[in-house]
Design a protein. Structure first.
Length: 277
């Protein structure tokens, strides 16, 4: 199964929404932006992305390629307030939803290097405005693994372009993202021979490119905020996992961690679930 990649924004100190102007997230790109708290077309929304994937051909040690089908489902809940979470109040009405089926190919050009191009096509709906748009994207991810003394190092890069289309118009909005980062992991002492725990540290840099009105902008969690738009951000964090992954039937336990992100006048904390890249 392909690695799960998802991050969830959580409260750090105080909640304050940036004055985002026109550079806000279009609801069409909720799946690409990932789980978090965002300003979507003038309203604050919680976005939850559920990564679902099925391996068709696994990339085993004796194979140089593999393929998987991805079916990420995304839900958005409008008018988020930090106090609601602290008081245990959960949203009851779905504001946006999207389903973006896709195909991901995993290729091993050489030992320690995995190249993963992918394409996705689906639909997104805003229930508050009764809008339905078609969404498509294409991207490629590169992960190079290498040893560093007693640590296992990984260097990751990713390029993504996404477009949205309505009836009669093949491209109504678009956005692109370039990502690069490093992760270093090592096995923790005292692990049993059957389940070995490991820990890792990482740093990831994101650069966004956008059409007017389509940049994914996260709500900030530490006042004051003066960001008018986010063109770049950096996150630094750590995570814990197991080797091999603890699993029940075909459901495996993803890596769990925390990261601090900052850039263009915003900063906050994320709960990291799964792979960094």
């Amino acid at each position: 199964m392909p690695p799960i990649r998802s991050t969830i924004a959580i409260l750090l100190l105080a909640s304050s929404t940036a004055a985002l102007g026109a550079d806000e997230l279009s609801f069409a790109f909720a799946s690409q932006a990932g789980s978090g708290v965002y300003s979507v077309e003038g309203r604050v929304v919680q976005i939850y992305r559920i990564p679902v994937a099925f391996t068709v051909k696994p990339l085993d040690d004796d194979r140089i390629w593999g393929v998987a089908v991805t079916l990420p489902v995304t839900f958005g809940f409008y008018d988020y307030k930090a106090a609601d979470v602290l008081e245990g109040q959960l949203p009851t009405n779905i504001g946006t939803a999207s389903l973006l089926p896709g195909v991901e190919f995993n290729v091993r050009p050489m030992k320690g290097w995995i190249l993963s191009p992918h394409i996705d096509f689906g639909a997104a709906k805003d229930f508050s405005g009764d809008n339905l748009v078609w969404v498509y994207d294409a991207g490629v991810r590169s992960v190079v693994s290498f040893p560093v003394s007693t640590w296992d190092g990984r260097a990751g890069q990713e390029l993504l372009w996404a477009g949205a289309a309505q009836t009669g118009n093949a491209l109504t909005a678009w956005y692109a993202e370039a990502k690069a980062g490093f992760e270093f992991r090592r096995e923790l002492p005292g692990s049993s021979t059957r389940t070995r725990w490991d820990a890792g540290v990482f740093v990831v840099y994101d650069r966004f490119f956008k059409d007017q009105g389509s940049i994914p902008v996260a709500v900030t969690f530490a006042a004051p905020s003066t960001a008018s738009a986010i063109d770049e951000q950096t996150q630094i964090g750590f995570s814990f996992g197991t080797r091999p992954k603890l699993a029940w039937k075909k459901i495996s336990l993803p890596k769990l961690g925390v990261s601090y992100f900052f850039g263009d006048g915003i900063h906050g904390v994320r709960l990291v679930i799964g792979e960094i890249f």
